[in-house]
Design a protein around this ligand. Structure first.
Ligand SMILES: Cc1ncc(COP(=O)(O)O)c(C=O)c1O
Length: 482
């Protein structure tokens, strides 16, 4: 190293640790940016800290100087860092302790190296700029009374936009006055269960497997739970006949969670026939219907019988679960009871966020984001499927045609537990069918792999890490079919 280089090196002020993950070159600039954002958010780099000179950091990371210059420029544009002529680039945003700002992360929260848990979209792709624009516009245009107590059913502007969107993009038969804005499916389910219970209902049938939280919500509303099996055609509707007087059925017909099966046309008409004959309600949880990669889009149950079906949607997969926004399309006979429960729960969902979502829908930004993410998730799914199938030829996969996760079927719960333990030690977040409490009674084991949450730049590396891990256990054809 020449003297001047050495001097420049030692003058670079900081020995900087950046967690860039491992693996291939693509996305290096994004990884440098994200590494620096993380360091600032977590308070490892405080306001005022001087960053290494671009040339020095480039050498340190063995990347081109241009890559570092671009990463710095992007972070400066976002307001994290600033450089002045003649002086070093420094951190200007105070992430953690500095300035008395509290930490943004829960102490002790697990940070997965690769978060492959199901049900989580790619938060790093959240359309921050579009959301900010929509929120700003909503705030500027909103009359004062929007900031007061509004309708428990939700902002009319959002319900109007949603009615148009749901009819156009999801095939619903819906009007703004039959929609209710909730804080997501979790709340929606509680509202429906309480409304049903208040009107004299006693029992609700749910799929098995299904999310344990959803079953707990139904139970906590004083309703008896009737589990119904799922096979290659979806919910086993015939099992309804086993139970006396079921008042409602909650299901995920578009893509059964977590097996990924689509309810067959035969079962659809049978279920609706049963509902009409018994005066029962069908609750359709369309949690990720926007993401289908193969076959034709499937119309909602609601469009076949809006008088029997409650349709539930959410932004938790299309935008982010942290927004807490969802909606219900309600049959008239349930509308008032559910609105009353919403009033009792929290009066209304946040008005400004509702108006921002209305603006996102109106401007087309919501559709654009979904189309962009559908393409991205599809590429990830293809990559993951190729990697799994070529490394583990005997592996049995399910639920690969749509959604944000797939299922690796396993021989037994012991193997599932072994894989989950090894994944946890390797910093890979996964969920198991048995360990995750998806069964009310019992059922086959499996690992649910979510392929959406990992940021784009490290997805390939995450997929490789997963396949390597699974190969340790399934390399000798130890999947369910073995
Ligand atoms: C089956 C199912 N339904 C609904 C949801 C969405 O719930 P929420 O809208 O409350 O975030 C999820 C999220 O993981 C899910 O897995």
């Amino acid at each position: 190293m020449s003297n001047s280089r050495e001097e420049e090196w030692s003058n670079s002020t900081l020995d900087l640790f950046l967690d860039l993950g491992i693996g291939s070159r693509p996305g290096l600039r994004a990884r440098i940016e994200e590494g620096l954002r993380d360091a600032i958010r977590e308070g490892r780099l405080r306001a005022g800290a001087r960053l290494p000179a671009t040339r020095a950091l480039a050498r340190d990371l063995n990347v081109s100087r241009g890559t570092v210059v671009q990463a710095y420029a992007q972070l400066a544009a976002e307001g994290w860092i600033a450089g002045r002529r003649g002086s070093a680039t420094a951190v200007v945003f105070d992430g953690e302790q500095g300035g008395g700002r509290p930490s943004l992360r829960e102490p002790g929260a697990v940070r997965w190296r690769f978060d492959l848990r199901p049900g989580r979209p790619d938060a790093s792709s959240f359309p921050r700029a579009e959301w900010l624009r929509a929120l700003r516009r909503a705030l500027v245009l909103a009359p004062d009374d929007v900031l007061g107590y509004g309708s428990a059913q939700g902002q009319l502007a959002l319900r109007n936009e949603l009615a148009g969107y749901l009819a156009r993009a999801r095939g619903l038969r819906v009007r703004a006055d039959s929609l209710l804005v909730s804080t997501g499916f979790t709340q929606s389910l509680g509202l429906i269960a309480r409304a049903l219970e208040a009107s004299g209902a006693a029992s609700v049938a749910m799929e098995e497997p299904s999310m344990p939280l959803h079953r707990a919500i139904v139970r906590s509303c004083g309703l008896r739970l009737r589990p119904l099996g799922v096979d290659a055609e979806g919910l086993r509707v015939r099992e309804l006949e086993r139970w006396p007087a079921v008042d409602a059925v909650v299901l995920t017909p578009n893509r059964q969670h977590p097996t990924g099966v689509t309810l067959s046309p035969r079962r659809r008409s049978r279920l609706l026939g049963w509902a009409r004959a018994h005066g029962s309600i069908v609750v359709e949880d369309d949690y990720d219907g926007e993401f289908r990669y193969e076959g034709h889009p499937i119309g909602p149950l609601q469009s076949l019988d809006p008088a029997s079906v409650v349709y539930a949607g959410t932004v938790s997969k299309t935008l982010a679960p942290g927004l807490r926004l969802g909606w219900l399309a309600l049959p008239e006979r349930l509308r008032q009871a559910v609105v009353r429960e919403k009033e009792r729960a929290d009066w209304q969902s946040g008005a400004l966020e509702q108006l921002a979502l209305a603006e996102l829908l109106r401007s087309g930004a919501y559709d654009r984001h979904i189309r962009r993410m559908r393409l991205r998730y599809r590429r990830r799914r293809d990559l993951l499927l190729d990697a799994l199938r070529s490394a583990l030829p005997g592996v049995e996969l399910a639920g690969t045609a749509a959604g944000l996760n797939l299922l690796v079927r396993l021989r037994d719960a012991t193997l599932e537990a072994e894989i989950l333990a090894a994944a946890s030690s390797a910093g890979i977040g996964l969920e198991g069918l048995v360990a995750g409490g998806y069964y009310e009674r019992s059922g086959p084991a499996g690992i649910i792999v979510g392929y959406a949450a990992v940021p784009e730049h490290c997805f390939r590396v995450a997929a490789e890490a997963l396949v390597t891990l699974l190969a340790r256990f399934l390399g000798r054809a130890r999947s369910a079919s073995a």
